[in-house]
Design a protein around this ligand. Structure first.
Ligand code: SF4
Length: 366
């Protein structure tokens, strides 16, 4: 899910003139290659046994932007590699710095599509919010990403290049946490999201600990079962928004049939395996889910369940039919859940002055 916050586009945005997409480069991108597939590079003319390891390190640890930067490969080997592969990097389209340190980043893909990533530095962590699709088919009524529908899935490399790009943009702020909460429903592009997570988590990839990665999903039970089977113990967050199936179907028209009991049962399989509690996300909107009735229903649904509830006060988005909740009502809801024994947090909105959430930057870029 996109982080449902914030109203306007960035006034300070750095906006180089957008260049039209050039003819597609037919060479496969090394960033799309699963780590084991680098082994085929040992067959290149002039390659040695350790060549795949060297190239993998250049791509993922040393951040080479092109083959010419791989200076410990011989010139003929570089030429052979360059002929067959490229090190792709999505092009920076614009940056949108907020007064609170949040940075919205729009990057342009090979085919001209634009995606949004958000860097969120806090006192003890620096979180990167990643997109997994261009747009989103779930069409949540409170999310700008969903209003535009889905255009296509991102490849594993396109997901990962968001990390490389933000690392280059903010070298002074090492990233610590990664959340799939940008545009797109990660389980609608599960194969590529899992391929990206494998590269993120592997020592020979980006070496990111599994507990620092969160996949946020609308929680189709079958998709949650697939996530439960995945051995890498990353966190899973369920975008619940309402404890009632009928209201969820209304708020998320592209969801299909909501069956929260089945979703929670499927997510529990993952808890049995890795003991990571499920995060339950609720975008709180005035008159929709900010009342004690919602609180009671959440308590009924989640009593005894290994979960942490994250309340996200929603902020107005141009043209969307919802209102922000009063802070006092969000606090009262948090108190109600807490008093019933549910671990509950309220997320502080970030980057509001530049509109970095909910796919809004991307919407303004078109
Ligand atoms: S429309 Fe998609 S990206 Fe937006 S909140 Fe819903 S699931 Fe997330």
């Amino acid at each position: 899910m996109s982080r449902p916050e914030s109203p306007k586009s960035g006034a300070d945005a750095t906006r180089p003139a957008p260049s039209p997409p050039s003819a597609p480069d037919p060479r496969p991108a090394l960033t799309d290659l699963p780590l084991d597939d680098f082994d085929v590079l040992a067959e290149l003319p002039g390659a040695r046994k350790f060549t795949p390891k060297q190239i993998r390190a250049w791509v993922w640890q040393r951040g080479a932007r092109n083959v010419d930067a791989m200076t410990d490969l011989s010139k003929p080997l570089r030429a052979a590699l360059n002929e067959r592969y490229r090190v792709r990097r999505s092009a920076l389209s614009s940056t949108h710095p907020s007064n609170d340190g949040t940075l919205g980043v729009l990057s342009r893909l090979d085919d001209g599509e634009v995606i949004e990533s958000v860097s969120i530095p806090e006192e003890r962590r620096h979180t990167l919010c990643l997109s997994s699709q261009v747009g989103c088919a779930v069409r949540c009524s409170f999310c700008a990403s969903g209003q535009q529908g889905v255009t296509r899935n991102l490849s594993a490399g396109e997901i990962l290049e968001q990390i490389l790009l933000v690392r280059e943009l903010r070298p002074e702020l090492p990233l610590s946490n990664y959340v799939f909460m940008g545009s797109g429903e990660p389980t609608h592009n599960l194969a590529n999201v899992l391929a990206a997570i494998r590269v993120m988590n592997a020592d020979e990839g980006l070496g990111i600990g599994a507990r620092r990665i969160t996949v946020s999903t609308v929680g189709n039970p079958a998709a949650l079962t697939k996530l439960a089977e995945e051995p890498i113990p990353f966190h899973v967050a369920l975008s619940l928004h309402s404890p009632e199936d009928a209201q969820r179907e209304q708020l998320m028209p592209g969801l299909g049939r909501s069956d929260l009991r089945a979703s929670l049962a499927a997510a529990r399989e993952r808890f049995e395996r890795n003991h990571r509690r499920l995060t339950i996300e609720v975008a709180v909107m005035a008159g929709v889910n900010d009342d004690t009735r919602t609180g009671h229903a959440l308590i009924e649904l989640l009593r005894g369940y290994p979960a942490i509830v994250n309340l996200i006060p929603w902020n107005p988005v141009d043209g969307l039919p919802h209102r922000a909740p009063e802070a006092a009502k969000v606090d009262a809801l948090a108190d109600q859940l807490g008093a019933a024994g549910l671990t509950t947090t309220v997320r502080r909105p970030r980057g509001q002055d530049v509109g970095v959430a909910c796919g809004q930057l991307r919407r303004h870029a078109h």
